[in-house]
Design a binder for this molecule. Structure first.
Ligand SMILES: Cc1cc2nc3c(=O)[nH]c(=O)nc-3n(C[C@H](O)[C@H](O)[C@H](O)COP(=O)(O)OP(=O)(O)OC[C@H]3O[C@@H](n4cnc5c(N)ncnc54)[C@H](O)[C@@H]3O)c2cc1C
Length: 377
């Protein structure tokens, strides 16, 4: 089979863009496929934990010079509006995906990654010693392939991944909604406001704007006649802090960005020899605010294994098992902690009780926050 590229990366979010930049930097012929065209908006809370700061700067994103706010405080409110404050041990910053993904895309292009935008991949077929990548634009060949196609893609269904076939349950069938707004919000704070069966985050991003993003069950939307405005007025506004935001903020876009069928079920890191990275390998609940850091860190782990494979002519099976092991070692406990924490939020009594308890034991709250985060990488 002809192999025009050393590595094909499918999906150009943070994981895919960061992986392709590292690969091309190391001299590998790299192709990246993204079905959308940059810049574009994505449903995401847009808070990045500082654990990613050194890595982002290393791959060429001058975050420190973007004048972003330094977020070091977490405010959490229960569905009745009772609010509690915690300090964030590592902290973070807010930046829109519109800006960050576009910037990474420009770096990838300038370094020589072949970036195929507006190109949807339909199939990734492993054949003996390489991959055949089928797209609208034609077929491409590579020695290795990485799947960084995010939370849920046509490829998950096509590959019959078990999480994509699972019936609705407590870990799947969530929806996400995002707005950019203008609202008076403390620039050093990320707030997480709970409501019945969901939570909504707000923090400052670039240009003095704020990102307002919530996750809730598809059931909540159904109960509201599948209408987002009804969902917000009937359910989110019961939290007085959210009501204030929705009534007094200036909404920058007329309509929100939405996604459905978000799942936190377990996923495999290797799918028919494809190295899965970012959300495609496993997704942490957004209340932890570090899915993006996991996607970036995952790309670093994938790159190190890919580099070792090529330099040492390693066996493909060893590459796959090493990658899977290292991924699990770095992220499995974090994902478990996130899943457990999510169960404590969204119910008024439980959330209030839990938050009061945490407020009384600040050392424990720091421990819990640390359990869902990693160290700078
Ligand atoms: C409601 C919500 C709020 C969140 N808030 C935060 C937060 O505040 N902080 C945080 O750190 N994390 C947050 N996350 C998680 C974060 O958004 C993800 O973990 C992160 O985007 C994962 O990056 P990724 O590169 O794996 O996937 P993505 O960024 O989703 O990128 C995947 C890309 O693959 C492309 N693609 C898919 N299929 C194909 C195909 N067949 N062919 C070509 N391209 C394809 C898509 O268009 C997309 O651009 C949140 C998630 C949700 C749902």
């Amino acid at each position: 089979m002809k192999q025009d590229f050393d590595i094909a990366v499918v999906g150009g979010g943070l994981a895919g863009l960061a992986l392709s930049i590292q690969c091309v930097d190391a001299g590998y012929q790299t192709i990246l496929f993204e079905k959308e065209t940059y810049p574009f908006h994505k449903v995401c809370g847009e808070y990045i934990s500082n654990e990613s700061l050194p890595f982002l700067e290393k791959i060429g994103v001058p975050i420190s010079s973007w004048g972003l706010s330094n977020i070091n405080e977490l405010k959490i409110s229960a569905p009745n509006g009772n609010a509690y404050q915690f300090s964030l041990p590592l902290g973070g910053f807010g930046v829109s995906r519109y800006k960050l993904d576009e910037y990474l895309y420009r770096i990838a292009l300038s370094k020589g990654v072949t970036v195929m935008t507006g190109t949807k991949v339909h199939d990734i077929i492993f054949k003996k010693d390489g991959f055949e990548i089928k797209t609208d634009e034609g077929v491409y060949y590579s020695k290795l392939a990485a799947g960084s196609f995010g939370k849920r893609s046509n490829l998950d269904i096509h590959m019959s991944r078990p999480f994509a076939k699972a019936k609705p349950n407590a870990l799947n069938n969530f929806i996400g909604v995002k707005y950019h707004i203008r609202y008076l919000h403390p620039i050093n704070q990320i707030a997480l406001h709970n409501f019945n069966n969901g939570y909504c985050g707000i923090e400052a991003i670039e240009n003095g704007d704020c990102c307002l993003c919530y996750l809730t069950t598809a059931e909540n939307l159904k109960k509201s006649g599948n209408s987002i405005p009804s969902l917000e007025q009937n359910i989110l506004w019961k939290n007085p802090l959210l009501k204030d935001i929705f009534r007094n903020a200036e909404f920058i876009y007329k309509k929100p960005f939405t996604i459905s069928q978000v799942s936190f079920e377990k996923k495999s890191q290797i799918e028919d020899h494809l190295l899965c990275v970012g959300d495609a390998a496993g997704m942490i609940t957004p209340l932890c605010g570090n899915g993006m850091s996991m996607a970036l860190h995952g790309s670093k782990i994938a790159f190190q294994n890919i580099d070792y494979y090529f330099k040492n002519q390693q066996d493909r099976a060893v590459l796959e098992s090493d990658y899977e092991q290292q991924w699990k070692k770095q992220f499995a406990n974090r994902i478990f902690a996130g899943r457990t924490l999510q169960r404590l939020f969204g119910n008024e009594h439980m959330t209030n009780y839990f938050l009061q308890f945490m407020q009384n034991f600040p050392a424990l709250s720091s421990k819990l926050i640390n359990a869902t985060h990693g160290k700078p990488f």
